[in-house]
Design a protein around this ligand. Structure first.
Ligand SMILES: Nc1ncnc2c1ncn2[C@@H]1O[C@H](COP(=O)(O)OP(=O)(O)O)[C@@H](O)[C@H]1O
Ligand SMILES: [Mg+2]
Length: 304
């Protein structure tokens, strides 16, 4: 069993009469790069702010390292680096001085550690410039330098690549991978872009209108070369037996319809198999893949 680093249980937030986040159960394991995907307004930032105790949940709880974040706030958050949409730096201090101040909150930090963190994120030449003069992308990278320096066990980033150009997005993505690979840091990051999550995360959850749609391994959820179908048959028990006997057919669920997962291009073969076994097939329909689904719910979003 993988160790659970972050778990939310029934996490909910109501603003006025509207639920911004409703009954969200997330599970992030040690070593995960966990993608928290959802269109704008889905409730990602609200969830993250509750996780970081910046906002009080209406109901539900957040556990990090097995401890309740609100009860053991100081102990838990000393091992977490939160990089929210607009990173909080001392804008009148230099990049170097910011890292020195922020780093020393957790432990005594040597000068060359700061220089090395700035080098990793490509800010060494700007070490002595005031953060006030930094672009959005540079501030994101400085946030990552802080994470490299303070060696947290969990890094939580809210849309780290939002507002960056493609080059800046790639740099941040590469840094996330470095942080994960070289430091074994567990990373939770939100995004409204499927490709973004797809390219870095091993596990993901999809949020829409404050509710969790799905959660699991990215490779399972976004199988590029495979397809899901729903089949209506009679007699159903017998059909399940026949399908089960085929190793290339995965039965996902059996309810009113049988949901199966197969390699694309083999649907006709499944149909034939049923028919030659005297099963009456009344419908055979392709289900939406998660990718189709996500593109549909983000359709019309202004900044895609
Ligand atoms: N402080 C607030 N007061 C009232 N409504 C809010 C507040 N913060 C967020 N919301 C609403 O909650 C919903 C989710 O917002 P948010 O968590 O920012 O979504 P995301 O980060 O996924 O874009 C939106 O409808 C937003 O307008
Ligand atoms: Mg947001």
């Amino acid at each position: 069993m993988p160790e659970t680093i972050l778990r939310t249980e029934g996490l909910s937030k109501k603003f006025g009469q509207r639920w911004a986040v409703k009954d969200v159960n997330l599970e992030v394991n040690k070593g995960d790069i966990f993608g928290f995907l959802g269109p704008n307004g889905a409730g990602k930032s609200t969830t993250i702010r509750m996780i970081l105790t910046l906002l009080t949940p209406t109901s539900g709880s957040v556990r990090i390292f097995g401890k309740d974040v609100r009860r053991d706030r100081h102990e838990v958050l000393s091992r977490v680096c939160g990089i929210v949409e607009k990173p909080d730096f001392y804008i009148y201090l230099s990049a170097y001085r910011n890292l020195e101040v922020l780093g020393n909150l957790s432990r005594k930090i040597a000068k060359d550690e700061i220089v090395s963190a700035l080098e990793i994120v490509g800010l060494a030449s700007r070490a002595n410039d005031k953060v006030k003069t930094f672009s959005h992308g540079m501030k994101q990278r400085l946030g990552i330098a802080q994470a490299i320096l303070t060696k947290p066990d969990l890094v939580i980033m809210d849309e780290p690549t939002s507002g960056l150009d493609p080059q800046g997005m790639k740099e941040v993505r590469d840094l996330v991978l470095t942080l994960s690979r070289d430091h074994g840091t567990t990373i939770f990051l939100s995004s409204h872009l499927l490709t973004e999550v797809h390219s870095v995360a091993n596990r993901m959850a999809v949020l829409n209108h404050g509710e969790l749609i799905v959660q699991g391994k990215v490779s399972d959820l976004l199988k590029g070369d495979s397809s899901y179908y729903s089949i209506n048959v009679s007699p159903q028990d017998r059909a399940v037996e026949i399908l089960k006997a085929q190793p290339w057919i995965e039965i996902v669920s059996v309810a009113n319809e049988i949901d199966i997962h197969i390699d694309s291009g083999r649907a006709a073969e499944v149909n034939r198999l049923l028919v030659v076994n005297d099963i009456e097939v009344s419908s055979f329909t392709a289900k939406r893949t998660l990718e189709d689904y996500f593109l549909k719910i983000t359709e019309g979003a202004s900044d895609l």
